[in-house]
Write a protein that binds this ligand. Structure first.
Ligand SMILES: Nc1ncnc2c1ncn2[C@@H]1O[C@H](COP(=O)(O)OP(=O)(O)OP(=O)(O)O)[C@@H](O)[C@H]1O
Ligand SMILES: [Mg+2]
Length: 102
């Protein structure tokens, strides 16, 4: 469902994400774990095109995301904002469903 092929992202001289290869199958739970600053958020932001990737290829359902309409891509993807962006009086499911239902 989601495939990253040699994906990298630079911010000036900083290599935030360096050649990541990852395949996530439909229904699979995948967790990115790592120390602060290792590139987890940058990786997620590239998958829904909040950030462009500097190199490599990202496929969603077999399609290169750079050929897709970014808004349409995001409408098919739940995204829970860290910390202050959450609605604490809502359930986890409702927070996740918020973006696709907009
Ligand atoms: N907009 C930006 N401009 C410059 N550097 C950035 C930017 N966003 C991230 N970085 C740098 O890219 C690297 C990866 O950052 P990222 O936020 O992806 O890490 P993270 O794994 O999500 O960290 P945390 O666990 O603290 O959330 C860090 O060195 C960070 O300083
Ligand atoms: Mg982060």
């Amino acid at each position: 469902m989601i495939e990253l092929k040699n994906v990298s992202r630079r911010f000036g001289d900083t290599i935030a994400v360096d050649g990541v290869n990852l395949t996530i199958e439909t229904g699979e739970v995948c967790v990115l774990v790592g120390s602060s600053g290792c590139g987890k958020s940058t990786t997620l932001r590239m998958i829904n095109r909040l950030l462009p990737h500097s190199a490599g290829e990202i496929l969603v359902d077999g399609e290169d995301i750079t050929t897709m309409n970014p808004e349409q891509l995001r409408l098919n993807m739940g995204y829970v904002i860290q910390g202050t962006g959450l609605f604490p009086h809502w359930t986890v499911a409702r927070n996740i469903a918020m973006v696709p239902s907009c």
